[in-house]
Design a protein around this ligand. Structure first.
Ligand code: ZN
Length: 323
């Protein structure tokens, strides 16, 4: 069962979260493996995508925002694109576009940052947009301060958090074919700080954060993948006063869900224009669109395809769905 736990350290300006995705993550992998046109992800891609989904869930749960959080990596290597999308209710989906060979030994930079041109984008897409409103997007490179290639996604995202939210963040991420998991520790923004005392307080506060960050960083990927959340927190923070919140699990917890629909595909085909749609029908006898996230196939025969343009406001034509 997939779960997300939030906690605080009593009296200290530091918060934390652990996410552990099991069924939700396994469903993403199974759907991909069942897709005959792509096949299963190579292991390094699986690890990257699992870490992205875990990180995305932590980042979504960490903000008060009514909309999707979309974590994307635009790669310049064999992996062209990797996407993890998390809704405010923690339903999630993910996909990656692999265009070349990915060897088992490939690291992050070998997959998406061969020429140091890879980028990581974090998009917040509001649910109720006013007309013309654009989503908020932050983009960070996949290299460090000396332009050295980063091979840990957690380093890329820590950099982003520091840049965008001005908050020190420590992340540990891990994924295999069963579990995608993450631990986040973040220094809380100080509220109502008295400027005259900032110096003294500021020092004390960073010392607390630094101590907890070092403890969090001592968690290995193996431990994160194999231990339950109670054991992880006890092992890391047994000397601290940890205040736990009721975890999000079951129907309120992280779970797989895809937001694709026949209606959306219809709109997409309409935007191609009738001429383009007709030429696809002429060439292939139908229009078939597959969802990269869940593998669902949407098919429009010549009659359905014609209806898309003759009845633009009607219900999406055709109801047959091919699994
Ligand atoms: Zn879908």
């Amino acid at each position: 069962m997939s779960e997300l736990h939030k906690f605080l350290f009593d009296g200290l300006p530091v918060r934390g979260m652990v996410v552990r995705l099991t069924d939700a993550w396994q469903e993403i992998l199974q759907r991909r493996a069942a897709n005959s046109s792509t096949g299963a992800y190579p292991p390094p891609v699986r690890e990257l995508l699992g870490q992205m989904v875990a990180a995305g869930a932590l980042m979504q749960a960490n903000i008060k925002f009514n909309g999707a959080l979309i974590l994307q990596i635009y790669g310049d290597g064999p992996v062209k694109l990797a996407v993890a999308e998390i809704q405010p209710d923690l339903s999630l989906r993910a996909t990656a576009t692999v265009m070349g060979e990915v060897a088992d030994t490939h690291r992050l930079s070998d997959m998406v940052n061969v020429s140091n041109q890879g980028r990581c984008a974090i998009t917040l897409d509001p649910k109720d947009k006013f007309p013309g409103q654009q989503p908020y997007q932050g983009v960070v490179p996949l290299f460090g301060d000396q332009r050295e290639k980063l091979d840990k996604l957690s380093d890329v995202l820590q950099h982003y958090m520091l840049q965008s939210e001005q908050l020190d963040t420590t992340l540990v991420l891990a994924a295999n074919d069963q579990v995608a998991a993450g631990l986040l520790i973040q220094r809380l923004p100080s509220e109502g700080e008295n400027n005259l005392q900032t110096n003294e307080d500021g020092i004390g506060k960073s010392e607390d954060y630094n101590r907890l960050s070092i403890l969090a960083s001592s968690l290995t990927q193996d431990e994160l993948l194999s231990l339950d959340v109670d054991t992880i927190l006890h092992r890391l923070f047994w000397e601290e006063k940890v205040l736990r919140f009721v975890p999000a699990k079951d129907s309120s917890g992280p779970r797989f869900a895809c937001t694709c629909s026949r209606e959306r595909v219809t709109r997409m085909i309409r935007s191609l224009g009738q001429e383009e749609a007709n030429s696809i029908v002429a060439e292939r006898g139908e229009i078939e669109v597959g969802c990269d996230f869940c593998g669902q196939q949407y098919r429009f025969d010549p009659v359905d395809a014609a209806q898309i343009f003759t009845a633009p406001d009607a219900q999406p034509p055709g109801t047959r769905v091919v699994q």
